[in-house]
Design a binder for this molecule. Structure first.
Ligand code: ADP
Length: 399
């Protein structure tokens, strides 16, 4: 059984076709600059690869191109669309409505689109993408929506409520939702498999362009660092993370900025980029720091410091910590950052295995044999979670 997994942004679309019998990726790629000029990549497990410019005026054009490559292209991996059993879509915001993955019908697509108030950047384009996908692949093909917020739905009110007038929660849904849930879910599940049981108190650190931490008790999220939107929490590539909220009105007055301008400043011009003045990419920031650029060093130090501080506060929330794990582009690759964090967590009884930590993108325990806390690197695989969820729902629908 093959499952197509779709992760769409407003101008990009990542896809992956997974054969579920052995959970192997048959092909994958990305369509970019949709609605601008358009280019795409297509790669198969047998080593066939294309990267092309193409007229991708809409997401429908992107789906047409993907389907053509998969079925008829030189590197085709299936003979007909009928060999795709179902499609799974990553959806950013499930709000209060979706605490689990669901099969997609018209009402679901409307509900996803109608969350535009709380998720203006992500939900409307994702709803439109699901519609375009149904047009290309046909309405009979089962489709699932898997929400980035869903895994965090177990948070208690004391963790998800903001201390502002309560009516904004009741009437407008303003609360902490958390994101990257599919990643936190995959790595925590994998941790349980590796250790033979789910750690009682686990802290998962997803560190990429966007970053978030989750405090997980017996497999259930009790707190997470992203909030009402993905802007909250730890310093990110271009997002500011947690700041004093009154800075918003102060800078808005100073620069005569309104909602859109402030959103751009905090989402796209802040974080590692804003502080370092060099780049949003952590590799560039580290390189600049090594070359003596002080603000790049400051940005890197802030990331490490905020990480240690947040892990400490989650250890307090959980009443201690049994396991910590790193994932995401930075978490899986930045060995120096991990070493420093483990060093700074010595007070929790963390010791490091520096030889094991000297690795990139691998599933490995990096804490020492005498460490009181298991520390691991676990590469994330959100697509696999989406594919498994899609299979589960498609089977349920058939039964
Ligand atoms: P996204 O959140 O867009 O999925 P990723 O999870 O791929 O992003 O993470 C991208 C981040 O990972 C970038 O900041 C990049 O610099 C960082 N990264 C990738 N490789 C390394 C490395 N070897 N050392 C440090 N950071 C790295």
């Amino acid at each position: 059984m093959n499952i197509l997994v779709i992760n769409a942004g407003s101008s990009s679309l990542k896809y992956q076709l997974i054969r579920m019998e052995d959970e192997t990726t048959l092909c994958k790629g990305i369509c970019e600059r949709i609605g601008i000029d358009g280019k795409y990549s297509y790669k198969t497990m047998t080593g066939y690869k294309v990267e092309k410019e193409a007229d991708l005026f809409t997401h429908k054009d992107a789906f047409d191109v993907i389907l053509h490559e998969m079925v008829q292209g030189e590197g085709h991996v299936i003979d007909s669309v009928n060999e795709i059993a179902a499609i799974g879509h990553r959806v950013t915001h499930g709000g209060d409505k979706f605490s689990h993955s669901v099969l997609v019908d018209e009402a679901t697509i409307d509900a996803i689109a109608n969350m535009r108030d709380i998720s203006p950047l992500h939900n409307p384009p994702q709803a439109a993408t699901i519609r375009a996908c149904r047009t290309v692949f046909g309405e009979a093909l089962p489709m699932a929506a898997v929400f980035d917020t869903a895994f965090h739905a177990t948070m208690p009110p004391k963790a998800y409520t903001f201390a502002i007038p309560y009516k904004y929660y009741e009437e407008h849904g303003v609360r902490r939702y958390g994101f990257h849930g599919t990643s936190h879910r995959y790595v925590s599940g994998r941790m349980a498999e590796l250790l033979g049981e789910m750690p009682h108190r686990l802290i998962t650190c997803h560190l990429g362009n966007g970053s978030s931490l989750a405090a997980i008790k017996d497999g259930k999220v009790v707190d997470t660092s992203m909030g009402f939107t993905p802007l909250d929490g730890i310093i990110m590539g271009t997002r500011c993370g947690s700041i004093d909220p009154s800075i918003v009105s102060y800078i808005a007055n100073l620069e005569n900025l309104h909602e859109r301008g402030m959103n751009r400043l905090l989402n796209n011009e802040s974080g590692l980029l804003g502080v370092s003045g060099v780049s949003s990419d952590f590799r560039d920031v580290l390189e600049a720091a090594e070359n003596g650029k002080e603000r790049a060093q400051l940005a890197a130090d802030m990331l490490e410091y905020q990480l240690v501080k947040l892990i400490g506060s989650y250890a307090a929330a959980l009443g201690g910590v049994d396991a910590i794990l790193f994932t995401g582009g930075i978490g899986e690759n930045a060995m120096g950052l991990r070493e420093q964090v483990m060093h700074d967590l010595a007070y929790l009884g963390v010791t490091a295995d520096l030889a094991a930590n000297n690795s990139r993108g691998e599933e490995v325990r990096i804490s020492g044999a005498d460490s009181k806390v298991e520390v691991w690197v676990i590469p994330t695989n959100e697509e696999l979670v989406i594919a498994r969820e899609t299979v589960r729902l498609a089977k349920q629908a058939k039964a």
